[in-house]
Structures are given as C-alpha cells and as structure tokens.
Design a protein around this ligand. Structure first.
Ligand SMILES: NC(=O)C1=CN([C@@H]2O[C@H](COP(=O)(O)OP(=O)(O)OC[C@H]3O[C@@H](n4cnc5c(N)ncnc54)[C@H](O)[C@@H]3O)[C@@H](O)[C@H]2O)C=CC1
Ligand code: BAL
Length: 511
C-alpha cells in the first residue's frame, strides 16, 4: 500500500502533508540522490509512508563540498550572536510545527505519540534554544579565549530518537561555528527531511546543514570523506568500533555514543512506589530501544519479591498498540531486524534458565511488536544480563550489600548510565562515586536536559553531548603564539601581505 492510499487514515489528524518522495537536502535544496531510493514504512502497520532518496559517494561529496563552501564563506565568519539568532529561529519553528513533527516521528519510528509529543519534540526545541544561548559565549566553553570551530562535521544518527539525536548533533555544531552533513538512519529519515523544510523556513544560509539519506554505505562514505574535520556517531558499538578504526591516524576529531546495559539499583529503603515507576520508565520508555535504558534491575534481596510482584502488577496496566493513540504506553518495535534481535536474545534467556513473564496483551497482526517482558532468576553469566537487547525486556538480578550492587553494576563492558533508588542521600552519593557510568540518575531515570552532559565509558563510547562539554566537542582551543624574548625579525620589504583569515580562525597573541 502506498502512502497515498494510507493517507486518508491520517487526514483525521489534519496535520501531515507529506510528499511521496523525499530528496537529499544539499546546499539548501532538495535534490534527487543517485543511489537507489528506498521506502520508509510505518513499523506499526508495515505500510509505506514515502520514498526516500539514497546518497551515493558522489552525493556525499557534493554535500561535503557544500558544507565546506558554507563554512568558508558564511558560517565561520558570522558573529556568534548572529549564529545564535538562526538557532533561536529554528527552535521557534520546531515549536510551531511541533504537532506535525510528533505525528510524523510516531508514524515513522513507532514510538507512542505521548512520547513524541511530550518528550522528543519539546527536547528538540530545548536543545536549539540552549545552544542558541551559547553561540556568542564560546570563550566560556572551557577551552580558553577564542576557541575555533573545526570545519565540516559529519554526523551519523540512529533510529531510536531520530529528531532528538539530530538536535543533539546539529545544535552544538552550529553554535560553535561548524557546518554539518548529517545522515539519519535508514528506517527513520522522515523527520530529518521535515526538519530540512524548517531550515528553509528559517532562511539558514545554503550549505550550513546538509542531509544525506541512505544506509550504512552512505554513513561510511561520509565519515571517511577527506573533507570532513569532525565525526559524531550514535549507534551500535560494532559500527562505532569500525569508525574508530577507520579514522585512527587521521586528524578528525571523533565522538562516539554507543550501546549500554544500565543497572537500575533499588535498595530496600527506596521509595518503592516511585521506584516501580522509575523501573517501568527505565525499560519500557520507547520500547526499551534506548542506549541508556535501565535494562538490568539490581534489587536488594530482601525486597526482591515485593518489587517483582508490584512491577508485574504495573506492567499489566501498560497499553501496547497503536502508537498514534494518545493512551498507548508501549508502541511498535522500529524494524523487523530489531524485532528479530529482541526475540533471539529473549529466547536465549529462556534457554539459559531464566524465568520469563509478560502480562497478557493482544498484539496487532501487522507490524513489529514485542510485549513488555521481565526475566527473573537471571544470573550475571546469562546473555540477557550481559548483552544489549534494545527492547522492552528487563533482566532482574539481586544483591545483598552496596559493595555487591556496585560490583554487579560495573560487571559489564558498557558504561553509559545507571540509576540508584534509596532514601539516603549519603548512600546514593557513595554508590554513584564507584559506578563506572557516564550518567547516573538518583531516584529517577531517563531524564534528559540540554545543559547536562551525556556520554559513556568503556564500550559505550567517548566524548560528551549536551552542556558545555557537548559544545567543546565541536571546538578546538586557540593555538598559543609564544612571545619571544628577542625581537621578531623584520619582514622583508618584498613580503606579500598575509591572507586574511576568517575572524574565528585568527590567532591571539598572548600578552
Ligand atoms: N546507542 C544507541 O543509541 C543505539 C544503539 N543501537 C544498537 O545497535 C544495534 C543495531 O542497530 P542498527 O540500526 O543496526 O545500528 P547501526 O549502528 O548499524 O546504525 C546506526 C547508524 O549508523 C549507520 N551506519 C551503519 N553502518 C555504518 C558504517 N559502517 N559507517 C557509518 N555509519 C554506519 C546507520 O545507517 C545508522 O544511521 C541495536 O540493536 C542496538 O543494540 C542502535 C541504535 C542506536
Ligand atoms: N542516544 C541517546 C539517547 C539514548 O538512546 O539513550
């Protein structure tokens, strides 16, 4: 079924006016890609929404050339204050088109509309507002006076938060004075292309942001393009590792935000009602397709039975189904491939002896669905306790002492996030101090704020996004010019004048 046949069902929303075919966004215009176009479908129905262009190597090259030209001629020479005005304008336009963006995101990704509407899209606007404020304050980014932008940033993003990850990448890059070529994930390119329309509405100078759609081959061509100065990637640890390897020995600055296997630690003195909500939010938000999901529940042994019983009762209230229904709690899995991964790991959990439970729920016939699932009797050696499932599947382990909780929480190759639930602030601080995780929530989970740095240790990647750390990832310190004790030799009379450098790249002479 084509989108046009499917469209009447959406007309009731009165919001979406999608095209049948979306091109690449290069130098401020939509252009056809030279690769083979592909369909983007609704994971909740498997119906086609639109046809998306695919960028080949030549298209990627055009996008990088456009970004370089915009960097050299417009963006790196513009004042921070003026760059900030564009970011503010983008944030306002995101707010104006918020309902449309939320519906499109839910349609293309499968996440509940309640999340797109109340979390993803408001945070997108918040990210642009936040970094708009930074654009004329780069001297305070922690890199000394007059830090310089890097040049062209290549950004590759995943499908779990399509528009939000785009904002996490583009907003700090632009605020710092870089230009961008970004590649959305192949299953969720739609909202990036609606965002391109917003860039046109905002009159952002051509080439400052370019969007190339396609699969992993497009991403590979982009990150390896010699005209790129900075690479920012969010996605699987396997691809992150490949990117790190392929960029070793180049002078590209790299940030990688990869997988996770977060421990959500519940002590026996925790506020249990709040903890149950935090556990549910930690693993069922966005169907658990979240790199920082609280996928391992570590619960103190003496409250294990009570917590599991209350958790199951709460899970039985979750509504699974149509993501466009505002009462839905758990939507569709993003793709058939992701569903297959979740099913395979869950089957491995059962085969290894863990006890599996899901509330009774009727799943839709078409589309990609997985019921909220909890595994008890899990041991640390089980695959479901070690590997990222990236689905609505919780593995429950127990501990007796804080030391055991810390040891189990850190017993993972990942180090992205963790949660601690306890009534005692001193205990929370003492445990947090020993957890090897980049983000630690206390008596809450899955809270995001643009001012707060986000990123991991170990196989969860390196670098931080958000806050001034996220800004610094797109800057380099001004090169110091050392004052000489003896006077500098006079320039020969015939010397040519030095070429004028853009203001942001001029070096400061130390006093
Ligand atoms: N950290 C996170 O937020 C995410 C983690 N994942 C994890 O990865 C698993 C697999 O999901 P996938 O969609 O296959 O992730 P992936 O890492 O293959 O895809 C993420 C992005 O990277 C691009 N890509 C793929 N290969 C590339 C390459 N060689 N060079 C440059 N870009 C490339 C993709 O087109 C997509 O835009 C999931 O089950 C989950 O465990 C997936 C998505 C997001
Ligand atoms: N990649 C940042 C949001 C998440 O998946 O946890």
């Amino acid at each position: 079924m084509t989108f046009l046949e499917y469209a009447p069902a959406l007309e009731s929303t009165g919001l979406l006016n999608l095209k049948e075919h979306y091109g690449l966004f290069i130098s401020g215009e939509f252009v056809d890609g030279r690769g083979t176009a592909f369909e983007t479908i609704s994971p909740a129905t498997e119906q086609t929404i639109a046809l998306i262009s695919s960028a080949d190597d030549a298209d990627v090259d055009s996008a990088v050339v456009a970004a370089r030209l915009a960097y050299d001629t417009v963006w790196s020479t513009m004042s921070g204050r003026d760059r900030g005005k564009y970011l503010f304008r983008i944030a306002r336009l995101v707010q104006e088109r918020a309902r449309e963006l939320a519906v499109a995101e839910t349609l293309d990704n499968g996440k509940p509309i309640r999340e797109s509407r109340d979390v993803d899209v408001p945070l997108v606007a918040a990210w642009f507002f936040y970094y708009a404020g930074w654009a004329d304050k780069l001297d305070h980014a922690g890199l000394g006076a007059n830090p310089s932008s890097l040049g062209v940033a290549a950004q590759v993003i995943p499908w779990n938060f399509p528009l939000l990850m785009l904002a996490w990448k583009i907003a700090p890059a632009l605020a710092a004075g870089n230009t961008v070529v970004i590649k959305p994930a192949e299953t969720t390119s739609l909202t990036a292309l609606l965002f391109a329309e917003i860039l046109q509405q905002a009159d952002l100078p051509a080439g400052v942001v370019n969007i190339v759609t396609g699969d992993g081959a497009t991403g590979r061509a982009l990150v390896n393009h010699p005209g790129v100065n900075k690479v920012a990637f969010t996605g699987s640890t396997a691809v992150g590792r490949e990117i790190a390897r392929s960029l070793a020995g180049t002078n590209k600055k790299v940030t990688l935000e990869l997988g996770g296997k977060a421990a959500n630690i519940v002590f026996d003195d925790a506020p249990i009602d709040e903890a149950i909500e935090g556990i549910v939010n930690g693993i069922f938000f966005n169907q658990g397709q979240v790199c920082c999901a609280g996928s391992r529940l570590l619960v103190q042994e003496n409250v294990h039975d009570e917590v599991v019983e209350r958790l199951k009762a709460r899970m039985a209230t979750l509504r699974v189904g149509d993501p466009l229904d505002k009462n839905t709690d758990v939507g569709a899995i993003n793709s058939a491939a992701q569903l297959a991964r979740i099913e395979a790991l869950s089957a491995a959990g059962e085969a290894e002896g863990a006890e599996r439970w899901s509330p009774p729920c009727e799943l839709p016939q078409n589309g990609f669905w997985f019921a909220p699932t909890i595994f008890t009797n899990v041991s640390t050696s089980h695959r479901i306790a070690r590997e990222e499932i990236f689905g609505p599947v919780l593995s429950v382990l127990t501990f007796r002492t804080p030391a055991e909780a810390i040891a189990k929480a850190n017993n993972t190759p990942y180090g992205l996030s963790a949660g601690i639930w306890s009534d005692k602030g001193s205990r929370i601080l003492a445990v947090a101090d020993k957890l090897r995780a980049g983000v630690i929530w206390a008596n809450t989970f899955n809270k995001f704020d643009p001012a707060s740095p986000f990123g991991g240790y170990k196989e969860s990647g390196y670098g931080r996004e958000g806050g001034k750390h996220g800004l610094a990832a797109y800057l380099s310190p001004a090169a110091p010019i050392l004052a000489s004790a003896s006077p500098a030799p006079a320039a020969p009379a015939t010397a040519l004048p030095a070429p004028a450098l853009p203001a942001s790249r001029r070096k400061r002479v130390s006093k």
